[in-house]
Design a protein around this ligand. Structure first.
Ligand code: PLP
Length: 407
């Protein structure tokens, strides 16, 4: 399938906008991606002609909305190659999925004195819920370190595992270093000791094909808004054996079977974990986003983003005054860097005035910044619609920043 980035860009109306009179150069895709017309129009069409609460009514609109919602579940199931559609739980995003797991999995399987392993490169969403669980249950968090190139030290993981280890929770692709971690090896090592593994796929799903069965992970979580879908929708995938056994993390309508004042029994999977009126508009929009990714071609996306990454690293390196964080051989399309003698916020503000959106700060990964002893950095994260011309423009901006702030 051929891939024409300029044709792809036509699907994204916002990319034609001007910021301070300059063309928008949107390089903050790690935070959230822009939305293509099929997703925008799908959401619009639901609100105009298809809106109704799902799983509730016998009327036409409710049936239509329910069918579309359940179809979206199947689209996601096929996209990540889950065995069953009832292993796909809709949540409001990665953060909600991990918090849900920390509650449900934690309630059932984590006890005083147990241990949970994470990595030094986690997003706060995969640190804080576990710390909160540790406080509740008096358990301990252990951390697999990474080296200065941003590569996990997996030999340390095996040393950390012991009889008290109950769970490993790992970021698939780092939102700061861009490292794609060898999750298959991590899962097989953990499984050797019968320890389940949660993979945070927030930064991998938009960029690389996912096969949860091949990975053999126990749980996999991600967000719709980082993969061209709507905000407020995300996925918690879990193997059936775990989801059937775990208690729900929220109580309310629809997640129940029989409710009496004495006792409540719960609905079957996946509804046991979908309490209240779900974000069906978001779920259906997410289904459209998946179809958009598939129509662009995942191989094309990999190739294009890989070219962008290589080009950006080359252009930054040739400047001679850039420190780049994360040089793992397997990376997604993110460059994290600092300009020597320039505060990242100053750089971000100058770039902003040129119409360039980059992220500055700690990117919800303070422990990564602590590793390098820095307060923060600049992150340019590329999506399938970015171009090498945009990278050239960013480099022009960096030169301007450098001349303004350090002579
Ligand atoms: N995990 C990673 C790796 C992320 O990059 C992010 C968002 O930046 C999250 C989790 C949290 O995602 P959300 O804010 O969509 O819940």
């Amino acid at each position: 399938m051929s891939f024409d980035v300029y044709k792809i860009r036509n699907h994204f109306p916002i990319l034609r906008d001007k910021i301070y009179g300059k063309p928008l150069v949107y390089l903050d895709n790690g935070a959230t991606t822009q939305k293509p017309l099929p997703v925008i129009e799908c959401i619009n069409a639901i609100h105009r002609h298809g809106n109704s609460s799902i799983h509730r009514g016998v009327h036409y609109l409710s049936d239509q909305a329910t069918d579309a919602y359940e179809k979206a579940r199947q689209i996601v199931q096929q996209f990540i190659h889950a065995k069953h559609s009832h292993e796909i739980i809709f949540t409001s995003g990665t953060t909600a999925s991990i918090n849900g797991l920390a509650f449900s999995f934690g309630e059932r399987y984590i006890h005083e004195g147990d241990e949970i392993i994470i990595t030094e490169m986690e997003h706060h969403a995969n640190i804080v819920p576990w710390q909160m669980l540790c406080e509740r249950k008096n358990t301990k968090l252990k951390v697999i370190p990474f080296n200065d190139d941003g590569i996990l030290q997996l030999d340390e993981m095996e040393k950390m595992i012991n009889k008290k280890t109950r769970l490993v929770a790992v970021i698939h692709a780092s939102n700061t270093l861009a490292t794609i971690n060898p999750v298959k090896s991590i899962v097989s090592l953990a499984h050797k000791y019968n320890i389940p593994v949660i993979i945070d796929g927030a930064q991998s799903v938009p960029h690389i094909p996912i096969d949860v069965q091949e990975m053999d992970c126990d749980f996999f979580v991600f967000s719709g808004h980082k993969m061209y879908g709507p905000t407020g929708i995300g996925i918690l995938y879990g193997k059936e054996k775990w989801l059937s056994d775990m208690p729900p993390f929220q109580g309310g309508g629809e997640m129940v079977d029989v409710v009496t004042f004495e006792k409540t029994t719960y609905n079957q999977l996946p509804y046991k974990f979908e309490a209240g009126t779900m974000n069906y508009v978001g779920a259906i929009g997410l289904g459209r986003a998946v179809e958009f990714i598939l129509s662009a071609g995942q191989e094309n996306i990999i190739r294009h983003e890989h070219d962008l990454l290589k080009y950006a690293v080359g252009r930054l390196d040739e400047l001679g005054y850039i420190t780049l964080y994360g040089r793992a051989p397997e990376k997604t399309s993110i460059v994290s860097f600092n300009i020597w003698d320039v505060h990242p916020y100053d750089a971000g503000m100058v770039l902003d005035k040129m119409g360039i959106a980059v992220r500055t700060g700690t990117h919800c990964a303070q422990t990564v910044m602590q590793h390098y002893g820095i307060e923060g950095n600049i992150r340019a994260s590329f999506a399938l619609y970015n171009t090498s011309e945009e990278i050239d423009y960013m480099v022009e901006g960096i030169k301007k920043v450098k001349s303004m702030f350090s002579g």
